[in-house]
Structure formats: structure tokens, C-alpha cells
Design a protein around this ligand. Structure first.
Ligand SMILES: Cc1cc2nc3c(=O)[nH]c(=O)nc-3n(C[C@H](O)[C@H](O)[C@H](O)COP(=O)(O)O)c2cc1C
Ligand code: SF4
Ligand code: SF4
Length: 282
């Protein structure tokens, strides 16, 4: 029996929905599979070290995979096994996220079966209140994810694969920056849209929900309230602490007006043709 392990990182559930949709199809096709949030992965290494197929899913952060996901991939051992990648993105650009993840998996000795990108609700703070891409992934997105899962299994059984380059973006910004350090490219995007987080101690319930949800463990317990190091994901804020704070003690200060923000997103957005390349398989 073929075995698969689907590893995913997800903060607001978009990528998780896609991960479980793929897992459901695998199950239906008789594949013995495990679906694991990246946070739990360290407890079950045998699940992804021994499976025939490894899938890695993540939200796109500024056009690339979140840096801690890349660090995880770079520790995996392929040994000729099959792998696939998937991302959810807020409908602006999935950038080179699939390409970077697939390339890293290929360098670790995996045969890349394909990649999938799914439009989803944009969970960046300013996008949340602008309700950008609300309602995605929808039924059509999830049906496409299922289709992708079936094609991945076919490619695995026929021992086919793709070159990571097939997943490279056609968006001019990402073509231009492909050879440059990712930190630099991400920095150029971040400086335009990254807002400050204001911590109001008076409103803090000291519930530590922020601490529990921080993917980088950069929040610690203080005497009467949490302490924030703001080291975050290679310095990049994911704003999960702000999203989950029930006491409104963490507030996001938007750096630019909604009009400017929308204009910025439009300026870097993927073309309809690029968005339509929802999945690439052999
Ligand atoms: C730090 C950060 C950066 C993001 N960058 C992008 C981006 O470059 N392009 C895009 O379309 N959406 C972007 N988004 C939106 C997320 O990719 C999208 O909402 C994703 O589906 C969230 O997945 P999750 O619910 O699994 O966490 C960004 C969100 C955050 C928090
Ligand atoms: S989630 Fe908000 S209220 Fe709870 S400890 Fe963190 S900052 Fe305070
Ligand atoms: S933004 Fe908040 S939740 Fe995200 S890494 Fe930084 S401290 Fe942690």
C-alpha cells in the first residue's frame, strides 16, 4: 500500500482546508496517509521519514514560503522518494513560493510530482478588514485540490515528475528577483506594507493565547503580561498574535491608507493567466 504524509503550516485554516481535502482524496484512493501540522511534526518524524510520498503545504508570505517552512524542508531526507507542494495565497500573488519549495525538496533528493496554488481569504491584517478574497477557498478551489491529489497519485504510480522550474512564476517582479537573496526581495515588499503592532498592557487579560499561537516562540511569559521579542519569522511578522488576541490588547497600526494598499496589491498582482495555472503536474 502507498503511504503519504502531508505536512502543512496554517494560521487561519486556509492551507489546512486544502491539506485535508488532499488527504480525503488520498484516503478514497486507498493511500495510507497522515496529515500533520508543522508544529506537531517533530513528535512524529517516522510519519514523514518513512512515507512513500511527502506533501508540504504553506501560506504564501510576500511571494515565498514562510522562512521556517523552508528551514524544515532543508532538513528532510528525500532518498529518491516522491514529494509535492501546495500553497494558499490571498489572490494577489503566489510569487515563487511553489518554485522555491519544490527546488529545495529536489535538492534534498525528492522527485517532485507537482505543485498546487489555491486562492484563499487574505489574512494580512489590512486585507482582513478589506475582506479581500473572502469566501475562498470555495467549492471550486477544493474540487480542483482533489483533482490535483488524484493527478499526484497517478504521477507517483507512473514514476513521473516535473522540474521545479515548471512551478516558477511568470510575474515580472519574481522573474527579476529570482537570483537575489529572498530576504532582500521580501524586505522590499515588507517595507511598503508592514505596520506596527501596539501592545496595550492595560487591556491585556494575560490569557497567553498570543504566546500559544506564535509559530516562532518569540513571546514569553512576563510577570503580569507577555513579553514580545518581535524576532518573529526571520523578522517577518505573521500577525497571528494580533488576530487571536481576545482582549484587543494587540492592535495593528496600518502604515498606508486602504486606497494606497489596494493600489500596491494591484501593482504586484499575478495576471489572470498566471492565476489560472492552479496546478502543474506531469
Ligand atoms: C505575512 C503575510 C504575508 C502574505 N503575503 C501574501 C502574498 O505575497 N500574496 C498573497 O496573495 N497573499 C499573501 N498573504 C495572505 C496569505 O497567503 C493567505 O491569506 C493564506 O491563505 C493564509 O493561509 P492560512 O489560513 O493557512 O494561514 C500574506 C499573509 C501574511 C500574514
Ligand atoms: S492574547 Fe492578548 S490578552 Fe491574551 S495575553 Fe496575549 S496580549 Fe494579553
Ligand atoms: S507576529 Fe506575533 S505570532 Fe507572528 S511570529 Fe511575531 S510575535 Fe509570533
Amino acid at each position: 500500500m502507498v503511504s503519504a504524509c502531508i505536512l502543512y503550516f496554517s494560521q487561519t485554516g486556509n492551507t489546512e482546508k486544502v491539506a485535508y481535502t488532499i488527504a480525503g482524496r488520498f484516503q478514497g484512493e486507498g493511500v495510507d496517509n497522515v496529515t500533520l501540522h508543522l508544529e506537531d511534526a517533530a513528535d512524529f518524524p517516522e510519519a514523514y521519514e518513512d512515507s512513500d510520498i511527502v506533501g508540504v503545504g504553506f501560506p504564501t508570505f510576500f511571494g515565498y514560503p514562510p522562512p521556517h517552512v523552508m528551514k524544515f524542508i532543508r532538513r528532510l531526507k528525500g532518498k529518491g522518494r516522491s514529494a509535492f507542494v501546495f500553497t494558499t495565497y490571498g489572490g494577489t500573488t503566489a510569487g515563487d513560493s511553489l518554485f522555491d519549495a519544490a527546488m529545495a525538496l529536489s535538492k534534498r533528493g525528492f522527485r517532485v510530482l507537482g505543485g498546487l496554488k489555491v486562492e484563499a481569504f487574505d489574512n494580512y491584517p489590512q486585507s482582513i478588514w478589506l475582506k479581500i478574497n473572502e469566501g475562498r477557498p470555495n467549492e471550486i478551489d477544493l474540487a480542483r485540490s482533489e483533482e490535483f491529489a488524484a493527478r499526484i497519485l497517478k504521477a507517483h504510480s507512473e514514476r513521473q515528475g516535473i522540474e521545479p522550474e515548471a512551478l516558477a512564476s511568470t510575474n515580472p517582479f519574481f522573474i527579476k528577483n529570482r537570483g537575489k537573496p529572498r530576504k532582500k526581495t521580501v524586505g522590499a515588499l515588507r517595507e511598503k506594507v508592514e505596520g506596527k503592532v501596539i501592545f496595550n498592557k492595560e487591556l491585556c487579560l494575560f490569557c497567553e493565547t498570543c504566546k500559544k499561537s506564535c509559530p516562532t516562540k518569540s513571546i514569553t511569559s512576563g510577570e503580569a503580561h507577555p513579553e514580545f521579542s518581535w524576532k518573529c519569522i526571520d523578522g517577518m511578522r505573521c500577525y497571528q498574535c494580533v488576530r487571536v488576541c481576545p482582549g484587543k490588547a494587540l492592535l495593528y497600526e496600518q502604515p498606508i491608507s486602504d486606497k494606497e494598499y489596494k493600489k500596491l496589491l494591484k501593482g504586484i498582482a499575478d495576471t489572470p493567466e498566471e492565476k489560472a495555472r492552479a496546478y502543474i503536474v506531469p
